[in-house]
Design a protein around this ligand. Structure first.
Ligand code: HEM
Length: 241
């Protein structure tokens, strides 16, 4: 009886989730939500960089969050969802995916360079190194796999779930790193009395952290949604990415 109730509850929950997503226009509604979150993140980080720069102005301190958030996080998020918004052949989608992730990785590396001091004593710098290294390894694997298309198709199929898992994990890790960077910077500014606790700068930075967290959830959900649809509706409809 208990098992039956559990199964029924699971089915109802999944159906509700599917109906919700379908009401939002299938996967495309989620894509719109993720773009709204991304736009808010971009507006907030630009506002912070342009209107609230700490005096005296240090261009590298301004460039670091800009490159990390707009370059690494926003571009790689769009790159993850390329299969959802780009029409055309699989090869074309893969090439654009590879390019976008390459640009994100490049800006991430330049972003780290803007702050480079070989002391690495903060959690933020450790997480940053880990996420950029994972990002680099992922990109290299994708690059190699792209240029060896004809070979060992079966092994590529086996690697794909790991590529998806590692890609989403690395993206989440980059968002967590940015959150620790924001917290570290704001705490530093507030402790030194440069920024007041309830000032508009503090609100902007907190808002940026909040929308980054929202964006992360929506991007991951959007990336995984086609899989849910394929499994649940394989007998009736088939939604593919
Ligand atoms: C995905 C996003 C990010 C990554 C991967 C990242 C990575 C890094 C790394 C590796 C360092 C150490 C550089 C060194 O010591 O040589 C660093 C430093 C720093 N980052 Fe970020 N960062 C990110 C986002 C941010 C954001 C959004 C802020 C907000 C202002 C920020 C603020 C700082 C600060 C203040 C430092 C110097 C202090 C420290 O080493 O912790 N970071 N970052």
């Amino acid at each position: 009886m208990e098992i039956l109730l559990h199964v029924q509850l699971r089915t109802t929950t999944t159906t509700t989730l599917l109906v919700m997503i379908e009401t939002m226009g299938g996967g495309d509604g989620l894509l719109v939500v993720s773009r709204v979150c991304a736009s808010l993140v971009a507006i907030l980080v630009l506002t912070w960089a342009l209107f609230f720069t700490t005096k005296p102005l240090n261009i590298y301190s301004v460039l670091h969050p800009l490159l990390m958030v707009i370059g690494l996080i926003l571009i790689s998020g769009e790159g993850i969802l390329v299969h959802r918004w780009l029409d055309g052949s699989r090869k074309r989608k893969k090439l654009v995916h590879l390019w976008m992730q390459g640009v994100a990785l490049g800006t991430g590396i330049i972003g780290i360079w803007t702050k480079f001091e070989p002391n690495f004593y903060t959690l933020h710098s450790w997480l940053g190194l880990l996420s950029v290294s994972l990002f680099g390894a992922q990109w290299l694997m994708g690059f190699i796999s792209f240029w060896h298309r004809g070979e060992v198709r079966m092994s590529r199929m086996r690697v794909l779930p790991w590529h998806v898992f590692l890609g989403l994990y690395t993206y989440g890790l980059a968002v967590i790193t940015a959150e620790t960077g924001l917290l570290e910077k704001l705490t530093f500014l507030q402790t030194n009395g440069v920024v007041l606790k309830r000032s508009s700068e503090a609100m902007i930075v907190n808002g940026l952290g909040l929308w980054l967290a929202m964006l992360c959830g929506v991007v991951i959900l959007t990336a995984l949604t086609p899989k849910i649809f394929q499994q649940q509706n394989s007998d009736t409809k088939c939604y593919t990415s």
